[in-house]
Design a protein around this ligand. Structure first.
Ligand code: PLP
Length: 319
């Protein structure tokens, strides 16, 4: 168990965002706006930068971080139909979808990358999905890669027995999810000049940037290699809002070799951050974004006086 040591200097009331909150009663009741905590960290303070932690990891005990913001609009759109979605063997998104299915009594199907996994014992993440009632369907990597192609998708859904299901894409990023993430920006616009977060599919950044408003900037730190994310974010914003919205950019230097790759230096950094601030640091995404911010502060990337909010988009598994 994590000791909830509070090293925050201040906890802001960042309320005042008025919008209907769906699923605000019952099993998916969120803690929104999520808390915003200022922490004392000399690696930022010596450059005149104030570091704020946007605790999206506290929104909901099971739909953690960006998962509540992205999934709930999709669960509403599913309107009680079974939900099918996609992910790798350690996908946070698959676990969150399975948990939502259990909480709402909705059937869920998880299409998992890698048919070689089908005959093996489930890893702890997939075991958690299965325990929540998610039916797992393993597909080979070539089919998984081309799952956006209508014919491949149709074949996968047919084989999974999920032809009538509501389809949520990998990572949960589609137009409803991106619009759901706009509220993250709205919650922060009065409190932060720059808002940084780790990116996988870019859906959270696409929505965040739209909600921040003029004079504010979103900074994305991709955890995958490849340099494709800018185009993906532009496409998501087109789909969600009809065109580009907000000021955002990416720094592609902090993927540490790619998804789920790590180094001893990153591991040491994450452990040290946990000790300094009493924050459980999720390793696949959050650790890389915080590491990137420390480097950027050291490089002088933020003018003195900058209020820099780092979004804590997830929590370690198992927690
Ligand atoms: C903990 C965490 N942070 C960040 C992200 C990245 O979100 P996105 O795919 O919207 O870029 C994910 C992926 O879903 C995640 O699980």
């Amino acid at each position: 168990m994590w000791a909830r040591r509070v090293s925050a200097r201040a906890v802001f009331d960042n309320g005042g965002v008025t919008r209907p909150v769906p699923f605000d009663s019952g099993a998916l009741r969120p803690r929104l706006p999520s808390p915003l905590e200022e922490v004392a960290d000399d690696r930022f303070a010596r450059h005149g930068v104030r570091l704020l932690l946007k605790r999206d990891d506290l929104i909901h005990p099971e739909l953690i971080g960006n998962k509540w913001r992205k999934l709930v609009p999709n669960l509403e759109a599913a309107a009680g139909r079974p939900v099918v979605t996609f992910g790798g063997a350690y996908s946070n998104h698959l676990r969150a979808t399975a948990a939502a299915g259990r909480l709402l009594g909705l059937p869920t199907v998880g299409v998992v990358r890698g048919d070689e996994l089908a005959g093996r014992p489930l890893n702890p993440s997939l075991a958690c999905c299965a325990a929540d009632g998610m039916r797992l369907h393993f597909v080979d990597r070539a089919a998984y890669r081309s799952k956006a192609a209508p014919a491949t998708l149709a074949a996968i859904l047919r084989a999974a027995g999920a032809e009538d299901a509501y389809v949520v894409p990998e990572g949960g990023s589609n137009a409803p999810a991106v619009r759901g993430c706009r509220a993250l920006g709205e919650e922060l616009r009065a409190h932060a000049d720059v808002v940084a977060l780790a990116c996988g599919t870019g859906g959270t950044l696409a929505g965040l940037a739209a909600g921040l408003g003029p004079g504010r900037r979103a900074l994305g730190i991709p955890v995958l290699r490849g340099g494709f994310l800018g185009d993906a974010i532009r496409a998501l914003q087109r789909e969600a809002f009809g065109g580009p919205v907000g000021d955002w950019r990416l720094d592609e230097r902090f993927h540490f070799g790619g998804y789920a790759r790590t180094t001893p230096a990153l591991e040491d950094f994450a452990r040290d951050f946990e000790e300094r601030h009493g924050l459980p640091v999720e390793r696949l995404y959050v650790a890389k974004s915080l590491y990137g911010l420390v480097v950027l502060a050291e490089e002088g990337a933020f003018p003195r006086g900058t209020r820099l909010a780092a979004v804590v988009t997830g929590a370690p598994f198992p927690s």
